[in-house]
Design a protein around this ligand. Structure first.
Ligand code: HEC
Length: 227
C-alpha cells in the first residue's frame, strides 16, 4: 500500500467522513433546532426516584400522611441554645426577665459593634414593615402613604405602640427578647423565624433606637443656632 494518498482517495475519505457525521448527528437528534422533548439520558441516575410529594396521601403509613412528625426532642441545629438565659431571656430561677442582653451573646457575636450592625440589619428585615424604621409603629403594613413624610393613612391594622413609650423603654431586655420570640397579643411570634442570637441583636438595636430618640427629643428646638 502506498503511503502517499492520491488526491481522489483523499477527497473520497473526506466525503465519507462528512456523510458519517451527518448520519450520526441526524440519528442523535442534533439537527440545529430547539426541542421541547426531555433530553436523551443514557443513564437516568437519580432523576426518577420513589418519593412522596409534600401533603400527599400515603399508602405506606397507617395515618396516610406523607409528612412525618420529627422524633420527639428533635431540635433544628440553628435553633439549639443550651444557655437557658440566652434561650429564654428569663433569670435562671425563672422569677423574672434578665435586665440586660447576656454578655455571652455579645462575646459570641464578636463585640457590641457587630451585634448592633447585625441587629440593625435584622430589624430592617423583620420589624420595620410594621414598626417603621424608627420604631414609631408606623411601618408600611400599618400606614398607606407614598412618602415617609406623608400623613399616615391607616390600613386598618391594629395600632402599634411607639418604642418611645415609657413602658417599653423600661421593659427588661429579656422581656423584649421574649416579645420577639413569642409575640404579644396581636403581634405574631418571630422565634420560629429568627435564631436566638439575632433576636438579641435586634433587642440591642431597639435599645439604641430608643436612646437615640430620647437624645433627639431632649434637644429643644431652639438649640439650633439662630440666624
Ligand atoms: C406583623 C406586624 C409586626 C411585626 C413584623 C412586628 N411587630 Fe411588634 N408589634 C406588632 C403589634 C400589632 C404590636 C402591638 C400588640 C398589642 O399590643 O396588641 C406589637 C408590639 C410590639 C412591642 C410592644 C410589646 C408590648 O409589651 O406592648 C414590641 C417591643 C415589639 N412589638 C417589638 C417587635 C420587634 C423587635 C419586631 C421585629 C422582630 C416586631 N415587633 C415585629 C406588630 C408587629
Amino acid at each position: 500500500m502506498s503511503l502517499v494518498a492520491r488526491p481522489s482517495e483523499y477527497v473520497a475519505a473526506v466525503l465519507r467522513l462528512a456523510i458519517a457525521v451527518t448520519v450520526v448527528a441526524g440519528l442523535t437528534g442534533c439537527r440545529g433546532q430547539t426541542s421541547e422533548d426531555p433530553p436523551l439520558l443514557l443513564e437516568r441516575n437519580m432523576y426518577d426516584q420513589e418519593r412522596d410529594n409534600p401533603e400527599s396521601y400515603s399508602e405506606f403509613f397507617g395515618d396516610h400522611r406523607t409528612m412525618r412528625t420529627p422524633v420527639a426532642g428533635t431540635i433544628a441545629r440553628d435553633h439549639y441554645e443550651d444557655d437557658p438565659e440566652v434561650a429564654t431571656g428569663l433569670l435562671p430561677d425563672q422569677s423574672g426577665y434578665v435586665m440586660t442582653v447576656p454578655q455571652a451573646v455579645v462575646n459570641h457575636a464578636g463585640g457590641l459593634a457587630k451585634v448592633l450592625a447585625r441587629g440593625q440589619e435584622r430589624f430592617g428585615i423583620y420589624c420595620t414593615p410594621c414598626h417603621g424604621q424608627t420604631g414609631d409603629g408606623k411601618g408600611m403594613v400599618v400606614c398607606k402613604r407614598d412618602k415617609p413624610t406623608d400623613p399616615c393613612e391607616s390600613r386598618g391594622f391594629a395600632p402599634l405602640p411607639s418604642y418611645e413609650d415609657d413602658r417599653l423603654r423600661h421593659m427588661p431586655d429579656g422581656q423584649l427578647f421574649a416579645t420577639i420570640t413569642h409575640g404579644v397579643r396581636t403581634m405574631p411570634a418571630y422565634g420560629p423565624q429568627i435564631p436566638a442570637g439575632d433576636r438579641w441583636a435586634i433587642v440591642t438595636y431597639v435599645r439604641a433606637l430608643q436612646m437615640s430618640q430620647m437624645a433627639a427629643n431632649a434637644q429643644p428646638a431652639q438649640s439650633e443656632p439662630k440666624k
